[in-house]
Write a protein that binds this ligand. Structure first.
Ligand SMILES: [Zn+2]
Length: 454
């Protein structure tokens, strides 16, 4: 099996052999389809288009079986990584005026009232809802691609099911993390109240603190947050929009950021405004990052990793931002309803994925915003009770995902067991085709709320 499917499902490699045909005639990278609803961006022997709209060639039409092998006209790992690492976006460089707008916006941001900021942002985000790809409000292309590959493996297999290590501990249906980026001194002062809100619903979250320029982070602040059972991570360096300007200055900043991480005792990071260059993340000494949006239509930097699952970028685990930020909800979309969040959560749960939230203590500065946040907490609490949702701190998700990546499935007699550190929390899942749909169930159990996954 290709690495991407084995790593995604943690299934044995022996079930089927995927092969790419000889590269003769390969073009691209470009866009093509893999079945009706999976868009790929990769090199391929099917026609590659430079634009994701319009009629695209379908790689599934040119997929064939030869004995135990499945011959694909593209490489699944390349197609997966081009989406996760946002390599599809390099084709459409940002026009110059946008980078000028960015400079202006970030230069002025701390001085501008929200009403002016949102006018600037709206002008700049114009047309966001017409963008076909990534799919808004949640893009699951990578997840659907892996499911399609697993299904192909099943169709060509003599086995009725393919075992894999279930995505979450103790058979939880999906996962949610709550995170708070602290933007200003006022935000820092509001953290205590936010922790009280979260504690009311037993939801422990993480706080990302800016180490330079905005406010002073004392060891007492870090201890206070941690002693209450919350997590402390590093948020950018100075939060001035310049972290990723060029590699030389980035490398110097990354060194400072790594030093602050040691000082704070942090293992996680998020950049300011989700600016990023995933190819440079190797300079960080963090264990995990939370700077990559799933579908970035409403963020200043376009793109998105098109998955609702954590993934590795070298030795760093990426926990993607899979829902809309509070600021965007309140000030760009101008709503205080949690309907959009509910829609996103539903789409993520349908893929058994990770729902991750960014809510700023700075923006919970009025009654309506607080009410909205409390409704979200209540909704998550209900899902924990009734839909078997795992609500965890990001660091706990990081620990689990790393352990799962090292576990092995072993056949003993007629059934499978999981071995390796942490395996006592792991469950064996079985993928099969039921009534024409890819279906997951946990060995000896049905998964509460697992939906068909094809
Ligand atoms: Zn921020």
């Amino acid at each position: 099996m290709p690495r991407s499917v084995v790593d995604y499902f943690r299934c044995p490699e022996s079930f089927i052999d995927f092969r790419k045909p000889a590269p003769a005639g390969a073009q691209g990278p470009g866009y093509f389809r893999f079945g009706d609803d999976v868009l790929c961006f990769a090199t391929s022997t099917v026609g590659c288009a430079s634009d994701p709209t319009g009629t695209l060639a379908d790689a599934l039409d040119q997929t064939r079986f030869e004995g135990a092998s499945c011959i694909l006209p593209f490489h699944p790992s390349e197609a997966t990584n081009n989406l996760r690492y946002e390599r599809y976006i390099a084709q459409t460089q940002k026009p110059l005026w946008k980078s000028i707008a960015r400079e202006t916006y970030y230069g002025l941001r701390p001085l501008l009232p929200v009403s002016i900021r949102r006018h600037l942002q709206r002008a700049w985000l114009k047309g966001w809802d017409a963008r076909p790809f990534p799919r808004w409000p949640v893009d699951t292309t990578v997840d659907r691609m892996q499911a399609r590959l697993l299904r192909l493996a099943l169709e060509n297999s003599r086995e009725e099911c393919i075992p894999f290590i279930w995505f979450w501990p103790e058979g939880k249906s999906a996962c949610a993390i709550m995170t708070h980026d602290v933007e200003t001194e006022a935000g820092l002062r509001a953290c205590g109240r936010l922790m009280d809100f979260n504690d009311n619903d037993q939801i422990k979250s993480s706080f990302q603190l800016i180490p330079e320029g905005r406010y002073t982070v004392t060891p007492q602040t870090v201890d206070w947050i941690r002693e209450r059972g919350f997590e402390v991570n590093v948020h950018d360096l100075r939060h001035d929009g310049h972290l990723f300007d060029n590699y030389a200055s980035f490398a110097r900043s990354a060194e400072r950021i790594n030093r602050y991480a040691r000082r704070f005792g942090s293992t996680g990071f998020r950049s300011g405004v989700l600016y990023r260059n995933q190819d440079w993340f190797g300079a960080f000494s963090f264990s995990y990052d939370m700077s990559v949006p799933n579908a970035a239509h409403l963020d200043p930097q376009p793109g998105g990793c098109c998955t609702v699952m954590p993934y590795f970028n070298g030795s760093i685990l990426e926990l993607p931002v899979t829902t809309t930020q509070d600021y965007t909800l309140f000030h760009i979309l101008e709503t205080y309803s949690i309907e959009l969040w509910q829609t996103q959560i539903e789409a993520i749960l349908a893929r058994n994925g990770l729902a991750s939230f960014i809510v700023h203590p700075d923006y919970l500065n009025n009654g309506r915003a607080v009410e909205t946040y409390l409704s979200l907490l209540n909704h998550l609490k209900q899902l924990r009770q009734h839909a078997n949702l795992w609500i965890a701190r990001p660091g706990e998700v990081n620990t689990w995902w790393r352990q799962r990546s090292q576990m092995r499935l072993v056949r003993t007699g007629g059934s499978w067991t999981v071995e390796g550190p942490g395996s006592e929390r792991a469950r064996v899942a079985l993928a099969s085709i039921e009534r024409g749909e890819l279906h997951y169930r946990i060995q000896h159990h049905e998964i509460a709320n697992a939906k068909s996954a094809s």
